[in-house]
Write a protein that binds this ligand. Structure first.
Ligand code: SF4
Length: 267
């Protein structure tokens, strides 16, 4: 296959988890068998989407009327967000923005909940915000997360396309803030820098080079981690039915992890 691929956080994570799954899902485009979501997961997903839409309206400058928010949980999140006094830099807010940049002969694609662009001391800055309704994660974990790494790198490498004068953003002028409805007064802000970018971008390029090598060889290895097969819809293609099925979440207090489901899949 020689045509360029559009790669996203989800696709890179899939490749790193299981090359075979990457091939079946994104190259052969075998339908991903729909798995019925648990009722509470579906509700969490719907609420998460509603909350993201509310914030999109808000940052587009449209009125948000709390009395018209039908879902009590979403209304509570909105109230928490309003009362948290989240510090936002002065600049141009761009909610639900999609950025696509080249990498080798392929493309990297990311969708940001909110990007604020502005100038500080004559230098452009870019500050991302991401809304989370699940369990709050530690900053150290977020720094390792591919969402953080990919989005920061994309802005450093291709963010200039968002500015009329096409000035690049120095890595030190790029940051991401995760705001959690479950920890509204403790946003996690991660600042990028040149040394991290050099290493981070090299690792992203190395993964893409590995994808290119697999495309050339057309060999796609099965993961050694059989636990990943437990919630994989392609078991039968790999003869991994023995892996069984994932056990439903047993911790009743645990918030189902649904944030990843809010990211639209690429065609
Ligand atoms: S069943 Fe396992 S080996 Fe096969 S694609 Fe899924 S995760 Fe990979």
């Amino acid at each position: 296959m020689n045509s360029p691929l559009t790669l996203s956080r989800g696709r890179l994570e899939t490749f790193l988890a299981c090359q075979r799954r990457f091939q079946l899902r994104y190259l052969r485009r075998l339908p991903w068998p729909p798995q019925p979501l648990q009722e509470d997961t579906e509700e969490s997903l719907a609420r998460g989407q509603q909350f993201h839409q509310l914030l999109e309206r808000y940052f587009l400058g449209l009125a948000v009327e709390p009395g018209l928010i039908g879902d009590e949980q979403v209304r509570r999140w909105w109230d928490l967000f309003q009362r948290s006094g989240l510090a936002l830099p002065e600049g141009r807010p761009l909610p639900e923005l999609t950025l696509t940049i080249p990498i080798g002969k392929h493309l990297l694609n990311g969708r940001f909940d909110l990007l604020i662009l502005g100038d500080h001391d004559g230098q452009p800055f870019a500050h991302l915000f991401d809304w989370k309704t699940g369990r709050a994660r530690r900053e150290a974990d977020l720094r390792r997360d591919w969402q953080t790494r990919l989005y920061l790198a994309m802005l450093a490498e291709g963010g200039q396309a968002l500015l009329a004068d096409e000035r690049p953003f120095p890595p030190e002028a790029i940051a991401i803030t995760y705001w959690y409805a479950t920890a509204p007064n403790k946003p996690r802000t991660i600042h990028y820098d040149a040394a991290w970018h050099a290493q981070n971008w090299a690792e992203i390029q190395a993964i893409v080079a590995q994808i290119d090598a697999q495309l050339q060889a057309d060999t796609w290895s099965l993961t050694d981690d059989w636990t990943l097969c437990r919630d994989c819809g392609y078991q039968v293609y790999c003869g991994r039915q023995e892996a069984g099925c994932a056990v439903p979440i047993s911790d009743e207090d645990a918030e189902p992890e649904t944030d990843w489901l809010l990211e639209p899949d690429l065609p």
